[in-house]
Design a binder for this molecule. Structure first.
Ligand SMILES: Cc1ncc(COP(=O)(O)O)c(C=O)c1O
Length: 386
């Protein structure tokens, strides 16, 4: 059975250009920090990759710090940014994050609160997940972090206004653009941000590599100490094949971005419109096309448990994702859906469908063909359980 993959926001396939770049570099010998010829050759590949990533995202090459993915880049931004701001001015002990951050940001901020005495201000969102930049106004803020495009419901934020509000307070401005990159125009210089997170495996690159873009004037306190690579902010021998594969994927994604977004948007609009006609189904997130990621549709199914829907879809050969996080075996309602005003029951019934390379109208048809029966069975199971 050919499976229908509707979980590209979790991870997506490597694009051919990335496979080619990784394969080419896997056989290379040489540490990019070594001064000899083999080292210099490896260094050249890393620096060309850095230049490609920088050019694609409107940054200067020295602003690209390679990391082992989005989680590390978010940790470095939140903890490294907070520590540096605090070291420069000890009265800055606050971190402001939106109520709909990815766990990599959320847990980093929570850790600062628990272990380091930081005060975390949670910026509220409206019913579609948008942050009002006017809510960023508390003196003593070291750092503000707002997710560029949300990974569960796709809400796109007005990042320049948020960066401006952070700067009015003298705070650093960070955005997690893991989901935005490759689907929306992401220009670091134009955004006004100090720090920006991107990762490879959501845009056709390898898992385990990403970058934090760090404005040239900004100094971060490192999380990792060692050989002083990456402006002394991220020690560790540079991973040449991953950097090359990441850069190739970023280049391909940015070159095709506008057409790709149109293709995804057509699939999204079709699915969202069809879902809205099903009884007891509510699409979560913004409705205006310019305020939502082209590739994500999230919907709550009245009287259903999201896990039941995901399992029944799985049996039908369709991969989708429950909107709720499972922690320690207990399904918690998604903090994102609660933040936009959904009830715990609505949040527990939310399923995310996400499109990417290779998604077609036939995938939407396949989903819609089985969904009414799947929902009926999940509802029946729900009413038995309830
Ligand atoms: C918005 C967002 N930020 C960060 C991450 C983490 O990135 P990585 O898987 O590269 O660590 C993800 C991946 O799920 C994400 O969707």
């Amino acid at each position: 059975m050919n499976r229908v993959y509707l979980d590209h926001a979790a991870t997506t396939a490597l694009v051919p250009a990335a496979i080619e770049a990784i394969t080419r570099e896997l056989a290379r010998l040489g540490n990019p920090s070594s001064l000899h010829g083999s080292g210099r050759d490896a260094r050249r590949v890393v620096e060309e990759s850095r230049e490609a990533v920088a050019a694609a995202f409107g940054a200067h090459p020295t602003e690209v710090i390679f990391t082992a993915g989005g989680t590390e880049a978010d940790n470095l931004a939140i903890k490294g940014g907070y520590w540096a701001a605090r070291a420069a001015d000890s009265s800055r002990n606050r971190v402001a994050i939106s109520a709909i951050e990815h766990h990599a940001v959320l847990e980093s901020a929570d850790w600062l609160a628990r272990e380091q005495g930081a005060v975390v201000d949670t910026l509220p969102v409206d019913g579609e997940g948008r942050v009002d930049p006017g809510s960023i106004a508390t003196p003593g803020t070291a750092l503000v972090s707002v997710i560029w495009a949300n990974n569960e419901i796709g809400t796109v934020q007005g990042i320049p206004g948020i960066a401006e509000a952070a700067h009015r307070l003298g705070a650093l401005a960070h955005a997690d653009a893991v989901q935005a990159a490759g689907q929306l125009p992401v220009d670091f210089a134009a955004s006004g941000l100090d720090l920006l997170t991107v990762t490879g495996h959501k845009l056709g690159g390898p898992v385990g590599v990403g970058a934090l873009l760090v404005r040239r004037e900004v100094t971060l306190t490192p999380l990792l100490h060692g050989g002083g690579q990456e402006r002394d902010v991220r020690s560790g021998t540079l991973d040449v094949p991953s950097a090359a594969g990441f850069a190739a994927a970023v280049q391909a994604a940015v070159a095709d971005r506008a057409d790709y977004a149109v293709r995804l948007r057509a699939l999204r609009d079709r699915l969202a419109a069809a879902l809205a006609t099903l009884p007891g189904v509510r699409v979560n997130g913004p409705t205006a096309p310019d305020q939502v990621l082209p590739g994500i549709v999230n919907a709550s199914f009245d009287g259903c448990d999201a896990d039941a829907i995901v399992l029944l879809l799985d049996q039908a050969g369709i991969d989708a994702s429950a909107g709720a996080a499972c922690s320690a075996g207990v399904t918690e309602p998604s903090h994102v859906l609660l933040a936009i005003g959904r009830s715990p029951a609505e949040a527990r019934s939310a399923v995310r469908f996400s499109f990417g390379h290779g998604s077609t109208a036939a995938d939407v048809d396949a989903l819609l063909a089985v969904l009414p029966e799947v929902v009926e069975r999940a509802r029946a199971a729900g009413s038995l359980a309830g």
